[in-house]
Structure formats: structure tokens, C-alpha cells
Design a protein around this ligand. Structure first.
Ligand code: GRG
Length: 294
């Protein structure tokens, strides 16, 4: 078992239990409780909170309940984005995390509201804990920048507004930096904030490379994987702006490999600078299978 798998075994159940128990306790409106819990508990790899927890672990900072609360707040934002992305007005998808999408199960009105509530609850979780006020403020500012009008929402607008246009590689990378990359950037940033790190540069370069690689890989899987493995329909990207469509499948794999290499180099620099052991964060690259064999 590699380090990422070990870390997942150690933390995914705790993340899931924390998320579901907190929602159960906190959300009083029964239908809203059900709709929010439905999508949060539907599964998901929990990569973003895992990245935050791995950053804390790298800095030898213990994972207290308050830090777990802050880390899982990001999963609430991520889940909101998936619920809204699946709506008929956006991607109009019926399947997510192997289950009917939120609006298929609860109707569009409740799905929109469940997403709204998850987004708002994240801010509550970032401010109702025993972290220092300075850390809370930095976390709130960070998640707002990552998810908001200069981050994920802007990326989503770039996406829907350019459906009929063929983007250049630079434009596509900029779109994905916002749509997918900024939340992953924040996943590491929030760990750095809670660890009181002093120099963020190389760690955030790692996060940005991981985020770009993640999106390239998601596009590749749409071509190479199947619905059972992904829990969502495949071959959805026929004419879309994707890396395989722009670069060919081999070109997309090459871009993935160079992006992973850049991320590894950033971690190497971070390790040289701080003396911290970066093998746990490095192991996150094992998520990407570069060929059929591994
Ligand atoms: C609605 C404002 C708004 C934004 C939506 C993230 C997003 C923006 C849309 C999702 C579209 C998509 C499929 C992007 C590809 C990369 C991605 C974010 C995949 C889903 O994340 P995973 O693989 O999913 O971490 P799980 O289910 O494992 O959490």
C-alpha cells in the first residue's frame, strides 16, 4: 500500500463520519438536511480535505477536531459546486458519485437550495472553532477567493460562456486554474495557514501543478474509463474544450507527465528549504495512472 492509500485508510472514514454527524446535528429543516446529506454522503474521494490534512501532517501539526472541521468545510464547498454543476441549466447530468444527481432526487428547487446551504455552512464551520482569529480570517478570505467571482465561479462562467468556442491551450489552462485548480490551491493553503507556515511559494506551486494534473486526468478518464468506475457518464466531452481534444490523447498524457514533474520539483524545493519530509504529499501523485499497467 502506498502512502496515499495508507493516509486515505486512516482519514477518509473520519472525514465521512465528521461530515455526516455534523450535518445530522446542525441542519434542522428535515428536507434540507436530507438533500445536503444525500450529496455529501454519496461518496467522493475526499481529495481536497485529504490534501489539507496531509499538509498539516507534513508540518507535524496534529489533526485536532477544529482543524478537521476547517478541512472538511472545503468538502462542503466542493459538493455544492457539483450539485450546481449538475443542474439542468448547467451540465444537466443525471448521475454523480454513482447515484442520481441531487436535482433528480429532490427537484431543482431543493438542489439549488442544498447547494446554497452547503456553501454558506462552510463559512460557519471556518469561524465556529477554536482556531485563532487570525487563522479563521485567513481561511475565510482564502476560501472566498478560491470559490468566488475570481475563482471557481469565474472558471465556471468561462466554461459555460465558451461552450461554442474553441479555446487555446493557454485559455483552457486559465479556465481550469479557476474552475478546478483554485479549490485545490486552497486545500493546501488552508493547511499552510493552520500550520503557521512562513513561506508558501513552493507548496502552492505543488498545489497548482496537482490541480492542473487533476483536471487533465479528469479529461483523460472521460476518454479512457467507464461509467461503473467513475460513477458518472463517460464520453461526455466529444466536442468540448478538453486536453485530449486539443492535444490528442498522447499529447494529454504528455502534458500530464510534465505537470506532475513540475509538482514533484516544487516539493523537492520545499523540502530543501524547510527540511520537512514531503513524501506524503508526493504520494498524492500516485492518484494519476500514467498507463494501463500502473
Ligand atoms: C457550479 C460555481 C459552480 C462551479 C462548478 C468543480 C465544478 C465547478 C464543476 C465540476 C465539473 C467537473 C467534473 C470538473 C472536473 C474536475 C472535477 C472537479 C471533478 C470532480 O471532483 P472529484 O473527482 O469528485 O474530486 P469526487 O466525487 O471524488 O469528490
Amino acid at each position: 500500500m502506498n502512502k496515499l492509500n495508507e493516509f486515505e485508510t486512516q482519514w477518509v472514514t473520519k472525514i465521512n463520519e465528521y461530515l455526516t454527524s455534523q450535518l445530522k446535528q446542525q441542519i434542522q429543516q428535515p428536507l434540507l438536511n436530507e438533500a445536503m446529506t444525500y450529496s455529501v454522503a454519496a461518496g467522493g474521494k475526499r481529495l481536497r480535505p485529504l490534501l489539507t490534512l496531509a499538509t498539516l501532517t507534513t508540518f507535524n501539526v496534529s489533526i485536532t477536531e477544529d482543524r478537521l472541521k476547517a478541512a472538511t468545510a472545503l468538502e462542503l464547498v466542493h459538493t455544492y459546486s457539483l450539485i450546481h454543476d449538475d443542474l439542468p441549466a448547467m451540465d444537466n447530468d443525471d448521475l454523480r458519485r454513482g447515484k442520481p444527481t441531487n436535482h433528480v432526487k429532490f427537484g431543482e428547487d431543493i438542489a439549488i437550495l442544498a447547494g446554497d446551504a452547503l456553501l454558506t455552512l462552510a463559512f460557519e464551520w471556518l469561524t465556529t472553532n477554536q482556531l485563532s482569529t487570525q487563522q479563521q480570517v485567513q481561511l475565510v478570505a482564502g476560501i472566498a477567493q478560491a470559490a468566488g467571482p475570481n475563482g471557481m465561479v469565474a472558471g465556471q462562467v468561462d466554461d459555460v460562456a465558451n461552450e461554442a468556442n474553441q479555446l487555446t491551450l493557454d485559455q483552457l489552462m486559465q479556465l481550469h486554474k479557476r474552475k478546478t485548480g483554485d479549490l485545490i490551491h486552497y486545500a493546501v493553503l488552508s493547511g499552510l495557514i493552520m500550520a503557521d507556515a512562513t513561506d508558501y511559494t513552493n507548496w502552492l506551486q505543488f498545489a497548482d501543478s496537482f490541480g492542473l494534473a487533476f483536471q487533465i486526468y479528469d479529461d483523460i478518464l472521460d476518454v479512457t474509463s467507464n461509467e461503473a468506475d467513475l460513477g458518472k457518464p463517460v464520453a461526455q466531452d466529444g466536442n468540448k474544450n478538453t486536453y485530449p481534444n486539443l492535444l490528442g490523447l498522447d499529447g494529454a498524457y504528455q502534458k500530464l507527465a510534465t505537470t506532475i514533474e513540475e509538482g514533484r520539483q516544487a516539493l523537492q524545493l520545499a523540502e530543501e528549504q524547510t527540511g520537512l519530509n514531503t513524501t506524503l504529499l508526493e504520494s498524492f501523485f500516485s492518484y494519476f495512472k500514467l498507463n494501463e499497467e500502473n
